[in-house]
Design a protein around this ligand. Structure first.
Ligand SMILES: C[S@@+](CC[C@H](N)C(=O)[O-])C[C@H]1O[C@@H](n2cnc3c(N)ncnc32)[C@H](O)[C@@H]1O
Length: 223
């Protein structure tokens, strides 16, 4: 999530010590002080034989966010992206597998094209949390991204949540949030301070199914 960055970490005494702690690391070290606590403590885990959180990251890119989540939360994480990105994702997942395993986590990789219902089905049902960072940028992708989120979050057993780190670049991004708010309750979990020379910082949003979303799901999911 925001600041999901392993560069400044070094391990000591089986824990992670950080100079610039990310939200995930703050949660791990001191849940009472983390903006993620309300979300992460609300899950009833879906995995039948494991008490681990099951996370799917969408639009993973290098996989840094999902890999950091697997390590800091000891979670079972599936990194996903377009098919042509999978080889590099696998490389990064394998390179970090041992480090992640030391903290009780696991990382898998799977293709997931936004808007493709079959790709969501292929992932299976054990999902507690969907993660993403920097996935709202091209306007032509807004609808397919939202379709994937509807398929992953709505009409499911248990409480599924989407956490997304986003740095606003363009005014047009408000179109994405306007569409999202028709289907999900969207709130702001955390705002990073702006970096030097910038007016805004990274914002972490939380999407969860709106109370009336079952109706929206039925009318929209096959569009
Ligand atoms: C700006 S990058 C962000 C990467 C990473 N999440 C990060 O924060 O570094 C957007 C990612 O979305 C992926 N992406 C773009 N269109 C997609 C689509 N239609 N389906 C799945 N992933 C897509 C890209 O391949 C890319 O990895």
């Amino acid at each position: 999530m925001a600041g999901g960055n392993l560069r400044d970490e070094h391990e000591r005494d089986g824990g992670i010590e950080v100079d610039n702690a990310s939200d995930l690391q703050i949660y791990r070290r001191d849940p009472s002080n983390s903006p993620l606590t309300r979300t992460l403590s609300s899950f009833t885990y879906t995995g039948s034989d494991s008490p681990r959180l099951n996370i799917v990251e969408i639009g993973s890119g290098t996989g840094i966010v999902g890999i950091a989540a697997a390590a800091t939360l000891g979670a079972n994480v599936t990194l996903t992206d377009l098919p042509n990105v999978i080889e590099n994702l696998k490389l990064n997942a394998n390179a970090n597998a041992q480090a992640v395993a030391r903290f009780g986590g696991e990382v898998h990789v799977a293709p997931l094209r936004w808007g493709e219902a079959g790709d969501v089905e292929d992932l299976g049902g054990d999902v507690d949390l969907v993660l993403a960072s920097d996935v709202v940028y091209h306007e032509h992708l807004y609808d397919s991204l939202l379709k994937t989120l509807r398929l992953m979050l709505l009409g499911k057993e248990g409480k599924r949540v989407f956490l997304m780190a986003h740095l606003k670049r363009w005014k047009k991004e408000s179109i994405f949030f306007k569409k999202a708010r028709k289907v999900f309750d969207v709130d702001v979990v955390h705002c990073d301070d702006p970096k030097e020379g910038s007016r805004i910082g990274v914002v972490v949003y939380r999407f969860f199914p709106e109370r009336s979303s079952r109706k929206m799901y039925l009318t929209n999911v096959y569009n």
